[in-house]
Design a protein around this ligand. Structure first.
Ligand code: SF4
Length: 324
């Protein structure tokens, strides 16, 4: 169980790390007040378990005095009893009302360095909560499906919940909550941001699922492409199709495409055939096209670079979703 004196470690931790230091406080408002004596970058408070409006107000006053942003982290599993009594269960209006009540208290204190999360382990409840909140307030949101469970299902469940939110343009920071090792949470978050095009961090590789018409070793080609493109922050779409029956039509849709068969590959740029290559040269040829695309699309590449650094999603601005 954390003790108030443990907060003393925060200053030492701050000196030794280069990333934002965020304190997630539950139950004990005195712990929240103690952490605000240290150079932290943000504090997270769950309004449902911090001990009522007066205690929350004290934390807000001190956060304001210290210039430290706050996440109001509402969780369906720990809503204020009064709201459960009012609505009967932790439904989206109850979750959103909890956030709005806390915002009201904070704004009455002249404090608006707020980001809000509205988490539930129920995908439908989470999606509707974020949508409802976005209609009623313009504070940035931290999004996630809490307690998603064990991968791989938990990753699919997180994607199912976060995708509609992200595609609606909602969300400023993100957390994927997986059982066990937290490191895979980062890759899952980046994949969901990439798939929803909220944060393009690497080339989008499109490959057909393969079928009886497959005429090349598509898996080997994709594996080599993935390896050679690793770490490249290019918002280019590359389509690799395994036959010349349906392949050409689909390859035309990408920035760079190839439809292969009978030992040859037809390379497309923006829908036009630009050349034919032998199967053994397909990966080299695609990499040459990528280099050429990079040289001629500086404006698209610049548009995908991070626009904010440091503590993210703070304040009333609508920031692009930024990670890493
Ligand atoms: S592109 Fe060709 S090989 Fe690939 S799935 Fe479609 S028909 Fe099959």
């Amino acid at each position: 169980m954390p003790k108030p004196e443990d907060a003393g470690a925060l200053s030492r931790i701050r000196e030794q790390i280069q990333i934002p230091l965020i304190c997630d406080i539950h139950f004990d408002y005195k712990m929240a007040l103690a952490t605000l004596d240290h150079p932290i970058d943000k504090i997270r408070i769950n309004p449902g378990n911090i001990g009522g409006p007066e205690r929350f107000r004290q934390v807000v006053r001190k956060a304001k005095e210290r210039g430290i942003p706050m996440r109001i982290g509402v969780n369906a599993g720990s809503l204020e009893k009064e709201l459960i009594d009012k609505y009967g269960f932790p439904c989206p209006p109850a979750i959103v009302e909890s956030a709005l009540r806390s915002i009201e208290i904070a704004e009455a204190e002249g404090y608006d360095q707020i980001v809000v999360s509205l988490k539930s382990s129920d995908v439908l409840v989470a999606v509707e909560s974020y949508r409802l909140f976005a209609q009623l307030a313009d504070y940035p949101t931290h999004i996630g499906i809490t307690e998603a469970g064990k991968p791989p299902y938990a990753v699919t469940k997180s994607a199912a919940g976060l995708s509609p939110i992200l595609l609606d343009g909602i969300g400023d920071t993100v957390r994927i909550s997986l059982l066990g090792d937290p490191v895979p949470e980062i890759a899952a978050a980046f994949d969901i941001l990439q798939a929803t095009q909220r944060r393009v961090r690497r080339p989008e590789l499109i490959a057909c699922p393969t079928c009886g018409r497959l005429a090349i070793d598509l898996e080997a080609i994709i594996a080599e492409l993935e390896q050679r493109l690793a770490g490249r922050r290019l918002p280019v779409k590359i389509s690799v199709l395994g036959c010349v029956v349906n392949g050409p039509g689909e390859a035309r849709e990408a920035d760079i495409g190839i439809a292969a068969g009978n030992g040859k590959g037809m390379i497309f740029r923006n829908g036009e055939i630009v050349r034919r290559v032998d199967e053994k040269d397909i990966v080299d040829a695609l990499m040459a096209e990528v280099a050429d695309w990079e040289a001629t699309n500086a404006h698209k590449i610049a548009a995908t670079q991070p626009m904010a650094q440091g503590v993210e999603g703070i304040g009333r601005r609508k920031l692009p979703l930024v990670m890493g």
